[in-house]
Ligand binder design. Structure first.
Ligand code: NI
Length: 227
């Protein structure tokens, strides 16, 4: 499932990110790709062991971990330190699958990529092309969100970024290992949680049936979560 998470960053925060990113020392992204992906990948990335990637990445982590929709959708166990990329002048990333296991730059831990995240830092009207195309059971979905919004999608999916033919597409991206590895189970939990949240204002937190649904949610989570 593909889930859009609105307003991970406010427009003011996006402007602060961009002030630090626009003049940053961008490097050839192919250097960090595997042998197969290298032929597909034409973009720029920041060195994720140096500033400003370190402090901006920490800010992204703090923002997503405080976002209830992200927590509900991802049920995060471990999050890869956010990275930053830039596509311009025809830059593109052809169809690929993200590696299953990602070693953090610090070498301290490995993340199994259950979910991939892209946080958009350019407004859609700033660039042409640069759609994130994700192949799923219902065909290809094209994603191009307002700056500050983020998309979550299964890391198992084939995906690509179409060539940027005008302007620059700047984004942060990272991977999440979920407490619930199985995508189908995680989607059921997300749907149930969102339904409970949606019903709560109408029926009130004391409602007996709402309590039963909450009870089912937690017992399913207990059954499926691996900490
Ligand atoms: Ni990818």
């Amino acid at each position: 499932m593909l889930i859009a998470i609105p307003a991970v960053l406010t427009k003011d925060e996006v402007a602060q990110f961009r002030a630090r990113l626009d003049g940053a020392d961008w490097q050839d992204g192919a250097a960090t790709a595997g042998a197969v992906a290298r032929r597909q990948k034409r973009n720029l990335q920041l060195d994720d062991r140096a500033e400003p990637a370190l402090s901006l990445g920490a800010l992204v982590l703090a923002k997503v971990q405080a976002h209830p929709l992200f927590i509900s959708a991802a049920l995060p166990r471990k999050i890869f330190p956010p990275k930053f990329n830039r596509y311009e002048g025809g830059g593109t990333y052809g169809a690929h699958v993200d590696s299953a296991l990602m070693r953090a730059p610090s070498g301290d831990f490995t993340v199994r990529s259950d979910l991939s995240a892209t946080l958009f830092l350019s407004e859609p009207e700033e660039y042409d092309g640069g759609e994130l195309e994700i192949e799923g059971a219902f065909g290809v979905q094209r994603v191009k969100l307002p700056a500050g919004d983020m998309v979550l999608y299964p890391s198992s999916s084939l995906h690509r970024v179409t060539p940027v033919t005008r302007g620059a597409r700047i984004a942060s991206f990272f991977w999440i290992e979920s407490l619930v590895a199985d995508e189908g189970a995680r989607t059921l939990l997300f749907d149930l949680d969102q339904a409970v949240q949606g019903l709560t204002p109408a029926v009130g937190v004391e409602d007996a049936d709402l309590l039963k649904l909450t009870h089912v949610y937690h017992n399913l989570l207990r059954r499926w979560a691996r900490t």
